[in-house]
Write a protein that binds this ligand. Structure first.
Ligand code: GLP
Length: 244
């Protein structure tokens, strides 16, 4: 696991966007796996800047998002569809049909999940996957559990995640209790993975991960220790308990 520690959130965002830019320049038809949450917002801002100021070209890039709440329509202000449009897609030259965010209102949801993975495979797999991390070690919506599902699937959200994500909603009751998420297997198939963590509230889980001593389904992010090409990009606060 490669570890990069930047001074602050701004540095983390710039560094991550730089790596994504290099990957797009290397392979203009990059298959890019994208995350939501607060952590990647700054990275997306940097990518928008690179598009506007340096002509970073997204016209051949394809994206697959990790997850979406079940029951929120793609037009719902708290859906990850709207998040992606507002934070990235509406501001760059990506083709709408090349962007994929799971549909939280799919009718035959199991079939839909299978097809989501198939869609990724048919394009040759994800080249670069961006991940955030939950305070409890979840990645995408793969929550701590005895078993972790490999493919894209429907999952319940833990109390901790519902609480953490309630900050985006008017009240905690409005936070959906279930979601579609790419599974650990779908994520681990990515050729290259970047995991981002910013802020003090991530320091404890990052400390566990960076011990690189064990992997456990009770901290799903530790599964990444089995992947050959993972870069963890942190700000100093998230790294503060590492090497304690
Ligand atoms: C959410 C998302 C994850 C994200 C995580 C951390 O529940 N499903 O993909 O990585 O929580 O979010 P944040 O970056 O806001 O801390």
């Amino acid at each position: 696991m490669k570890i990069i520690i930047e001074k602050d959130y701004d540095g983390l965002s710039k560094k991550t966007a730089e790596i994504i830019k290099e990957e797009i320049n290397r392979k203009p038809n990059l298959i890019l796996g994208l995350a939501t949450g607060s952590t990647p917002v700054g990275t997306y801002e940097e990518l928008i800047k690179m598009h506007k100021e340096e002509n970073l070209d997204f016209s051949k890039v394809t994206t697959f998002n990790l997850d979406e709440y079940i029951g929120l329509s793609p037009e719902h202000p708290n859906s990850y569809h709207i998040y992606m449009e507002e934070n990235l897609f509406n501001h760059i030259n990506i083709e709408k049909e090349n962007t994929h965010v799971p549909n939280g209102e799919a009718e035959d949801i199991e079939e839909y999940c299978k097809n989501y993975d198939k869609g990724i495979e048919e394009l040759g797999g994800i080249d670069l996957q961006i991940l955030g991390i939950g305070e409890n070690g979840h990645i995408a919506f793969n929550e701590p559990a005895e078993e972790l599902t490999l493919g894209t699937h429907v999952t319940g959200l833990t109390e901790s995640t519902i609480n953490a994500n309630s900050r985006f909603f008017d009240s905690i009751e409005e936070v959906p209790k279930t979601a579609i998420t790419m599974g650990l297997g779908s994520i681990m198939k990515a050729k290259k993975i970047i995991l981002l963590a910013s802020g003090k509230n991530k320091a404890q889980v990052i400390k566990e991960l960076l011990k690189e001593e064990y992997t456990t389904t009770s901290i799903p992010a530790t599964m990444l220790l089995l992947h050959p090409d993972v870069t963890v990009i942190l700000d100093e606060e998230a790294a503060s308990k590492h090497n304690e």
